[in-house]
Design a protein around this ligand. Structure first.
Ligand code: S3P
Length: 171
């Protein structure tokens, strides 16, 4: 069984992915952490030392490598993963299911404002500019996320509730 989680930055892909993998007795793989380990650099260092284009290429290659070689996994992607190249198609072709963790713009803004520093795309954006940035960015990315087989609305829900809802969709 291969389950792939997609969604905007700070939508809970990693924490939900870890809990879901535990429940389903699958291995948990985090695409960003996998890349960080392989490169021996944080995502932030990769962006600042090698640039975003390099990161996107690495992300594309690593996604293909994991989905083609690993079985029995829950894979959390990065917020931009489904939106570049043919990554969303790769996800659809090589997973049993894919889930979009959907959150409203205000919820995303609230979460991102608390965890900006580790995220190169938002770390230099002032708090007062975040709602406009996230709104526009999500508008560009939403069509990719919406291609996932399932969409789970996560606003106001605890990790446990989201995990349980995902499990009912897998039945
Ligand atoms: C990105 C999201 C990040 C990480 C990189 C780029 C994006 O992952 O892959 O900073 O383009 O939205 P998270 O969604 O885990 O923050």
């Amino acid at each position: 069984m291969k389950v792939v989680l997609v969604g905007y930055m700070a939508s809970g892909k990693s924490s939900i992915g870890r809990a879901l993998a535990d429940d389903l007795e699958l291995n948990y793989v985090d695409l960003d952490s996998f890349i960080e380990k392989e490169m021996g650099m944080s995502i932030q260092q990769i962006f600042s030392n090698r640039g975003e284009i390099f990161f996107r290429k690495k992300e594309y290659e690593t996604l293909g490598q994991i989905l083609k070689n690993e079985n029995d996994i829950v894979l959390s992607t990065g917020g931009g993963t489904p939106c570049y190249g043919n990554n969303m198609q790769t996800i659809l072709d090589h997973s049993d299911t894919s889930i979009y963790l959907q959150l409203s713009i205000p919820s995303l803004v609230e979460r991102i404002s608390q965890e900006k520093d580790s995220r190169p795309l938002v770390q230099n954006i002032k708090d007062e500019d975040l709602p406009e940035f996230v709104g526009k960015h999500l508008f560009e990315r939403r069509n990719f996320y919406m291609q996932a087989k399932e969409t789970v609305i996560c606003d106001g829900k605890a990790i446990r509730e989201v995990v349980d809802e995902i499990k009912t969709r897998l039945l």
